[in-house]
Design a binder for this molecule. Structure first.
Ligand SMILES: [Cu+2]
Length: 173
């Protein structure tokens, strides 16, 4: 009896240790434009409510831009097609306002001021930094992509947000 309690405690403690090691708490992405120039960075922090995303950008066209998490951790300029479609592990339709949505990688728009700078903050409840299907740190990776035009939050699968103008691979910090 005493041995089995001891064993249970060892297994529980070992499991907690393994979980602690396996669950990253932070990630980052360095954003570059189609010419390969740095245009900002993003941090991703695990919280109980989801992944908190903080983005700072510079040297981008003023206005409203679609911003999403895309399904592949590759940012090959100039078109960044290598980043794949929106991160969508649950096979939903695109758009935060789409009744059949939304992609886990869908985010509300980023606003860039007249001087080309912008800051952005969001919490994405549909993704995690921990292992699993919704992980931003999956084996194929994920990336953060900024588009030329605003996301209309309904058009599947892209939000009609135009060309990809900046991209950064999301990596564990
Ligand atoms: Cu996108």
């Amino acid at each position: 009896m005493r041995t089995s309690i001891f064993l249970a405690a060892v297994i529980l403690f070992g499991g907690m240790l393994a979980w602690g090691q396996a669950a990253p708490q932070a990630a980052k992405a360095e954003l570059k434009d189609a010419q390969g120039q740095p245009v900002g960075n993003a941090t991703f922090t695990q919280t109980p409510a989801g992944v908190e995303i903080a983005v700072t950008v510079t040297h981008l066209p003023p206005g409203t831009h679609g911003i999403h998490i895309h399904a592949v951790g590759q940012c090959e300029p100039p078109d960044f097609k290598s980043a794949g479609p929106h991160f969508n592990p649950t096979n939903k339709k695109h758009g935060l306002k789409n009744p059949e949505g939304h992609h886990a990688g869908d985010l509300r728009n980023l606003v860039v001021s007249d001087d080309g700078t912008g800051t952005y903050h969001a919490v994405d409840a549909d993704v995690t930094l921990a292992p699993g299907p919704n992980s931003l740190l999956s084996p194929t990776g994920t990336s953060l992509v900024i588009h030329a035009a605003p996301d209309d939050d309904v058009t599947d699968p892209s939000g009609n947000s135009g060309a990809r103008i900046a991209c950064g691979v999301i990596v564990q910090q």
